[in-house]
Each structure stands twice: as structure tokens, then as C-alpha cells.
Design a protein around this ligand. Structure first.
Ligand code: ADP
Ligand code: MG
Length: 265
């Protein structure tokens, strides 16, 4: 046995922390949904690169293609045409089983509605994705505890979702996304159901994970939330309309100090 320090995920402490490494490469992606007789052209030629260690906000009006794009990045769906290379692997060449495998190993997902199992503790919820990995029970438990520590919930491990606040539930969902030690974290409107202070607390966690080397891509329609990332990409009508760095990035930990800790209204 060679135990790792409690606070490090393998992917995060890996030596290949090289910001020149392209993790996501998308070329002229189109997505057309067939709805009965009509076609919905949800993505209309999207091309971009995302490097290791980036922190990207995907923005844009409702219906502009953000979730469609995230589902493709997360290997939950395939583009109708165009190319997607995930860490150099051409995803379009993979069959369903291989897609599921790459998804489990490389990608963590966080959704707006936390999707936790109600009768299951924080620890067991976090452990769930490890059931697909070939590791033993003790190792599973160890990784789940480690992930819960990373989101500051080590003292809530035995609580059920109903015994946790919205922000704590979202942190369990983030721990669950981290448990298989992904190199990329995808989050679709992760603060959409949270009040403003709790949203900043969640952004503090994403910032600290990104500081440790995790590549983070999140969808938000709130400019205040995008200000915590390093790059904003705005979608409109299935195309990238703008793609620019965030100039003076806000630090969530600093913003929190200036916010009231209890909602006063
Ligand atoms: P956003 O996340 O930016 O709100 P979406 O990616 O969900 O946008 O949707 C982009 C467009 O594709 C919308 O017009 C939407 O109605 C359509 N769409 C999304 N998912 C499906 C689907 N499964 N079947 C048909 N149309 C879809
Ligand atoms: Mg969406």
C-alpha cells in the first residue's frame, strides 16, 4: 500500500500539468435533431480548442445550443458532422461501449438539479460512479471520502440529501463528479438553482479545483458567475459569437468575505 495524500486526486497531481496540452479539439461541429418531419439545427459549425487547466464559461440565450454542445463534449451525444478529439482520441470512431468508458475515465458531470438519490447518504451518492470502475470496496470508499473532503463535506458524509442545504447537495454532486478522478469537469448551469451566496461558494470550489489543474467547463447565463472563470464563450443560434479571456478574474473566496452570510430578506 502506498496511500496518497488525502487531498489529491491522481489527475490533479499528475506531472503532465502542461497548459500547452490541448484536451478538447472541436472542428466544424454540426448537430441536427430530427423532430418528426422537422429538423432542428442546434449547432451550426462550432470550432474551438480547450487546453489543459482552462476554466471556461459557456454563455448564451436559452436555445442557443449550450447544452447540446456540452452533451457532445461529455460524450453523451455525437455530432451530426464535424470532428471532436478528446485528449487526441477521435470520439466519432468509438462505439457505445468505448464512449461510456472514456466518459467514465476522463469526464465528471455536474447538473443544475443535483440528481442525488434521496435514500442514499452523501458518501454512498459520491461512491456511485466508482461501481463501474474495477476497484475494490475499500478503495471505493477511500476515493469517495477523498472527493467529499475536496468539496469540504467530510463532516456531512452520513447525511441524506434532505438533511443538506441546496449548496451542500450541489457539493455532493461535485464530489460524485470527481470520484473517478476525471481530467475534465463539465457543469451545465450548476448554480441555476442556488441563491447568490451559495452560487459563489460553489464557484469557490470550482476555482480551487481548477487551481489544482482540473480543466473546468461550465454553462451559465449569469455574467456574475462567468466572471469567476478564465474565458467566456458566447453561443448564439448554434454558433460561437464571442470567445474572449476574462480580464480581471474575480476570486470567489474574496467575494464571499464581502457578502452577508445570512440572507436578510
Ligand atoms: P441551450 O442549452 O442553450 O438552452 P439547447 O442545446 O438545449 O440550448 O438547444 C438548442 C436547440 O436544439 C433548441 O432549439 C432546442 O429546442 C433544440 N433541442 C435540444 N435538444 C433537443 C432534442 N433532444 N430534440 C430536438 N431538439 C432539441
Ligand atoms: Mg441548456
Amino acid at each position: 500500500m502506498n496511500p496518497q495524500p488525502a487531498n489529491s486526486l491522481t489527475a490533479l497531481s499528475a506531472p503532465e500539468h502542461n497548459h500547452d496540452v490541448i484536451v478538447i479539439q472541436v472542428r466544424d461541429i454540426h448537430k441536427i435533431y430530427q423532430l418528426g418531419e422537422t429538423q432542428v439545427h442546434a449547432l451550426r459549425g462550432v470550432t474551438l480548442e480547450i487546453r489543459h487547466g482552462e476554466f471556461v464559461a459557456i454563455m448564451g440565450a436559452s436555445g442557443s445550443g449550450k447544452s447540446t454542445f456540452m452533451n457532445i463534449l461529455g460524450c453523451l451525444d455525437k455530432p451530426s458532422s464535424g470532428q471532436y478529439l478528446l485528449e487526441g482520441t477521435d470520439v466519432s470512431l468509438l462505439d457505445k461501449k468505448q464512449l461510456a468508458g472514456i466518459r467514465n475515465r476522463k469526464i465528471g458531470f455536474v447538473f443544475q438539479g443535483f440528481n442525488l438519490l434521496a435514500r442514499t447518504t452523501a458518501l454512498e451518492n459520491t461512491e456511485l460512479p466508482t461501481l463501474y470502475a474495477r476497484i475494490d470496496k475499500e478503495e471505493r470508499r477511500r476515493r469517495a471520502v477523498e472527493a467529499l473532503k475536496m468539496v469540504g463535506l467530510e463532516d456531512r458524509m452520513d447525511h441524506f440529501p434532505s438533511q443538506l442545504s441546496g449548496g451542500q447537495q450541489q457539493r455532493v454532486a461535485i464530489a460524485r463528479a470527481l470520484v473517478n478522478r476525471p481530467s475534465i469537469l463539465l457543469a451545465d448551469e450548476p448554480t441555476g438553482n442556488l441563491d447568490s451566496r451559495t452560487s459563489v461558494e460553489v464557484m469557490e470550489i470550482f476555482q480551487s479545483l481548477n487551481d489544482k489543474g482540473l480543466t473546468v467547463i461550465l454553462v451559465t447565463h449569469e455574467h456574475d458567475i462567468a466572471q469567476f472563470t478564465k474565458r467566456s464563450i458566447v453561443f448564439r443560434d448554434g454558433k460561437i459569437r464571442r470567445d474572449e479571456p476574462i480580464p480581471h478574474r474575480a476570486r470567489a473566496a474574496e467575494v464571499l468575505k464581502a457578502m452577508p452570510s445570512i440572507e436578510e430578506d
